[in-house]
Design a binder for this molecule. Structure first.
Ligand code: GUN
Length: 295
């Protein structure tokens, strides 16, 4: 039986409509959410992400400014820019687009962002709070995955979620979010990675399978049980001369054959992608509320 498609575009539009209303209400109370984005260099994928963050902010009526720095900028200069954003009350959220050029330390840069304005949820203070189950900004892509599950009627509570991939941006924080004793979570979580002898041994036991390895079409139909809910976080650019941009996007899931076995599946593009930006907007609005309460 063909899987039902979970449309990230639709769920994202629903949440953005909610955010637009909240931003209007906050502005009436004198609370102005604002997002500062730092982009170093001109990596095409990063430029595309940053553009959609600016567009998304505009759509919900939120102030946004992108600070563009050259690829050879000194690390100190990046830290200075972050320092200014930390101090400027116009910005309730700060995001430094990753990856950064090799001469800049990602850890140093992330540690420099004020934890109160860290809308990526990557600061060690926020990741520590996440593990302890304390309120904190949740990393955007895993939070988007959780929202897709809950809003498509696939509450993870009591389910076996198998996460493929252990990145700091997706795999690790997703496992931490879904294992919490909390609404929309409370799952039994297994994290598999390249250290596993046989990945399919684990994936076949999943009620919910999340593919976040960054390897195109790595999850094939023989690795998936009938009726599994499949969430594809992969965004791989495959060179394709027949496309205007010279590439096509492929997920980490072999979509056609897997969708014949899955009960629900997210497409690429139009699945998890639009949710990442949406949850960033959500975190920036939440952060504005928290900061206003501190004054
Ligand atoms: N690059 C890819 N994903 C992300 C993300 O969620 N946040 C940031 N800052 N950079 C990224």
């Amino acid at each position: 039986m063909a899987a039902k498609i979970i449309s990230g575009n639709e769920v994202a539009a629903e949440i953005r409509a909610e955010l637009k209303e909240r931003v209007a209400e906050l502005k009436e109370k004198g609370i102005f959410p604002g997002l500062g984005v730092v982009l170093v260099g001109e990596d095409p994928a990063s430029v595309s992400y940053v553009t959609s963050k600016a567009k998304g902010s505009q759509e919900i009526g939120m102030f946004e400014e992108t600070i563009r720095l050259p690829a050879d900028v000194a690390e100190d200069e990046v830290l200075k820019v972050i320092d200014n954003l930390n101090k400027d009350p116009k910005f309730t959220g700060i995001l430094v687009q990753l990856p950064l050029p090799e001469h800049i330390s990602v850890e140093k840069v992330i540690n420099y962002i004020s934890p109160e304005k860290d809308v990526d949820g990557f600061h060690p203070v926020n990741l520590g709070k996440l593990l302890r189950g304390e309120p904190c900004p949740l990393p955007c892509t895993p939070h988007g995955v959780q929202q897709l599950l809950v809003r498509s009627g696939n509450d993870p509570s009591g389910k076996h979620v198998v996460v493929c991939g252990r990145s700091n941006i997706v795999g690790k924080p997703l496992a931490a979010i879904l294992m919490q004793k909390a609404k929309g979570a409370n799952a039994v979580v297994t994290v598999v990675h390249t250290g596993a002898k046989d990945i399919s041994y684990y994936t076949k036991q999943a009620d919910i399978l999340v593919a976040a390895m960054g390897r195109p079409q790595a999850i094939t139909a023989d690795m998936v049980r009938e009726g599994t809910v499949v969430i594809d976080v992969g965004v791989n650019r495959i060179p394709d001369a027949s496309k205007k941009k010279g590439f096509r996007l492929a997920g980490d899931v072999d979509y056609g054959p897997v969708s014949e076995k899955a009960s629900f599946i997210t497409p690429v593009p139009g699945g998890v992608g639009p949710m990442t930006v949406t949850m960033l907007l959500y975190n920036t609005v939440e952060s504005a509320i928290r900061l206003s309460q501190q004054q």
